[in-house]
Design a protein around this ligand. Structure first.
Ligand code: SF4
Ligand code: SF4
Length: 141
């Protein structure tokens, strides 16, 4: 049984890293805190949206952006909140029809974009290969 489990885990590691091109396993689940739907920055083509004009142009590209409203600004850029968030419950009011970007959230790409998980998010990311496994691979090359 232990051998089968080890084999399946190794298969999973290879599938996620080689086929899906992932570096992390996503763990956990959404606890519906709503934090990722408020106080957010919007990135487009690697740049954070900094002005209302940039945002107006972006809105033409995808209906999701029309959900967002500007609630502030800091050195990084405009800060947004989604108008579909019920702030009392932390729930999405369009849950069944929410955009793909929300369905897939969080994905590990957020790290390469300089973002991080919201505080106390129910998800976490675990490296697919441990440091020891990476070291072993490098030493056996
Ligand atoms: S921050 Fe995490 S736990 Fe909270 S709503 Fe977003 S995905 Fe769910
Ligand atoms: S559509 Fe729903 S899940 Fe997506 S950002 Fe807005 S409130 Fe959050």
């Amino acid at each position: 049984m232990k051998l089968i489990k080890e084999y399946l885990y190794k298969f999973k590691q290879q599938f996620y890293s080689k086929i899906l091109g992932r570096k992390y396993f996503r763990k956990g689940h959404c606890s519906c805190c709503g934090r990722c739907c408020t106080k957010i920055y919007v990135r487009h083509s690697k740049d954070v949206i900094k002005t209302e004009k940039e945002f107006e142009n972006l809105k033409k590209g995808h209906f999701f952006y029309s959900y967002l409203k500007v609630i502030g600004k800091d050195d990084m850029g405009l800060i947004f909140e989604c108008s579909k968030l019920d702030k009392d419950t932390g729930m999405c009011t369009v849950h069944s029809t929410r955009p793909a970007i929300c369905r897939k959230y969080p994905q590990e790409e957020i790290f390469s974009m300089g973002a991080s998980l919201a505080e106390n998010c129910g998800y976490s990311f675990e490296p697919i290969f441990s440091f020891e496994e990476v070291l072993k691979k490098v030493c056996h090359k």
